[in-house]
Design a protein around this ligand. Sequence first.
Ligand SMILES: [Zn+2]
Length: 120
Amino acid sequence: MGSRMRLTHQQTAERRLHHALKEPRLSQCQDCDAKHRRHTMCEECGRYKGRLVVDVAAQAQKKAERLARKARSYGEEVPTEGHTTTVEETTPEKKEVTPKTKKASPQEKGANVETKKEDK
Ligand SMILES: [Zn+2]
């Protein structure tokens, strides 16, 4: 490499001046007003120029079903179903507790409390 081919730091810096990435040019979706990449389907509604390319809602549903099946195969509780079951589990307990306390006489309550205290 001869001395003439050598670039100064300034020349290197000037060349690299144009290497920075530019912000992506975004367009607004005709249907849902979300921003999407140009000449590309809107990822919010799955449409391009008003034409339905991908049924996003159906895909999301399929994905949820797939995840649920996978979770069941591993013997885990499905997030949505698990949430409902926990709610169902908690509500009957409360229902059971409230009538017992209402039905239970004050003498029984006192006896229970005393036994608990004695145990401790
Ligand atoms: Zn859209």
